[in-house]
Design a protein. Sequence first.
Length: 274
Amino acid sequence: MAFKLDGPLLLAGAGKMGGALLEGLMAQGLPAAQIIVQEPSPSAGSAEFLKRAGIRCEAMITALDEAPSVIIAAVKPQVMEDVLPPLAKLAGPRTIVLSIAAGKTLASFERHLPAGTSVIRAMPNTPAQVGRSVTACVSNAATSAEQRATATALLSSVGSVVWLEEEADMDAVTAVSGSGPAYVFLVAECLADAGRAAGLSPELAATLARATVAGAGELLYRSDLDAATLRRNVTSPGGTTAAALEVLMGKPGLEELMREAVAAAVRRSRELSK
């Protein structure tokens, strides 16, 4: 089923995440004529894509013929306070304001918008670029069930969507899934480096590490089994995997380091939201 909106969609920010959402929505059938992009400095690739698709793109959108159905704020948190006030003037009574800026609270948007405006805070992650994001969302009290359904459909164009009951959980979500792809990429880096240290050529070590991490992720995605069961299924008693896991699961081990890493990311997310 094609994704449909009653009015235009205004996307502020056409970087990696904004661009991924844009491509996902167009793949789901949203017409280019319904899309308006505000981007003062599009990359060469983004500019070419927008031009080829026939999407209106301007450095600053100051007026529209009709209020947008959705305004997506996909700019960096550091510039949100500059970008949001002009966007807020374009919102109508039924506009959904959807933010994917880390650390920016619902209240930080509400103070710029008319009372009763729907605000949704979302945290996708970079696998959105290949349609495999997981996006956690939380909405303000003014958001209706219909508007939540619209946001779900929109964000589902780049992966799966979960809804939070409490905005306070967004800091932990950011630390786990928002930042999580970087942790996985680091595992691939470390695995390749360990392969080189074990005597493999850099090219072979990198190939094996990349394919192993990607393949294990795909197996985890497709399997009904949890990660612990899949891990145990690979591990023969007294075998090579068991020897390696004895190190990784020792003290201090990967579990302890991951908890410390996520806790550090949670703290930083809370600092950014102040």
